[in-house]
Ligand binder design. Structure first.
Ligand code: C5P
Length: 210
């Protein structure tokens, strides 16, 4: 089984993805981490994430062992991620890893849950379950603000809101693999829903589709 989850930042994709993976014994991949690690590698080497050569080289050199780096959650890594993600060569370099994970999940898992922006449209267009998880930008900024504050980072809510708006626009308007719901995706707006309610709805949807 492959479950594809797409949607904008801080809409609840990760929480849902991990819960679904546990519920159905699937492996989970947060594909944003691939783009974050690429963006962060460029920043750490003193480069510019909007420079196509630097970004492609970083994507090709990506070491999956670095995907657990806590620095990947920093807002600067998110911004750099969306800059490298707009470049077709970067997306092409990261595609095989994602498809391999989906079709050959690690540790004997029965399938995989992938979350990102183009999983249902580009990475796994044949996934039997596709979800597009979204929420108002204000609700998402509030959640991301709390999350970063709880992890000890110094953040300003208005900066987070502005970053999310810029990132949404860049992700939705880029030419290659723009963020959008697949035609057959179930769209879930989590603005007024708790994580448990979202999970319950999706579990019923998955069981009905099997
Ligand atoms: O999901 P997350 O906020 O960690 O993703 C960071 C950035 O990586 C996104 O803003 C987006 O530009 C990019 N991304 C992407 N395609 C994916 C996953 C993430 O373009 N499948």
């Amino acid at each position: 089984m492959i479950i594809a989850i797409d949607g904008p930042a801080a809409a609840g994709k990760g929480t849902l993805g991990r819960a679904l993976a546990a519920r159905f014994e699937l492996a989970y991949l947060d594909t944003g981490r691939l783009y974050r690690a690429t963006g962060l590698a460029v920043l750490n080497s003193g480069g510019d994430p909007t420079d196509p050569k630097a970004a492609e080289a970083a994507a090709r050199a990506l070491d999956p062992a670095t995907l657990g780096d806590p620095d990947l959650r920093r807002e600067a890594a998110g911004v750099a991620a969306s800059q490298v993600a707009a470049q077709p060569a970067v997306r092409a370099a990261l595609l095989d890893f994602q498809r391999h994970f989906a079709h050959h999940p690690p540790d004997g898992a029965k399938g995989a849950v992938l979350d990102g922006r183009d999983i249902g449209t580009v990475v796994c267009p044949d996934a039997p379950i596709k979800l597009f998880v979204t929420a108002s930008v204000e609700a998402r900024a509030r959640r991301r603000f709390k999350e970063l504050l709880d992890s000890g980072q110094e953040v300003v809510e208005s900066t987070i809101l502005a970053d999310l708006k810029a990132r949404d626009a860049r992700d939705a308007e880029r030419d290659t693999a723009p963020m959008k719901p697949a035609e057959d995706a179930l769209v879930i707006d989590t603005t007024e829903l708790g994580a448990d309610e979202v999970l319950a709805r999706v579990v019923s949807h998955v069981l009905a589709a099997r």
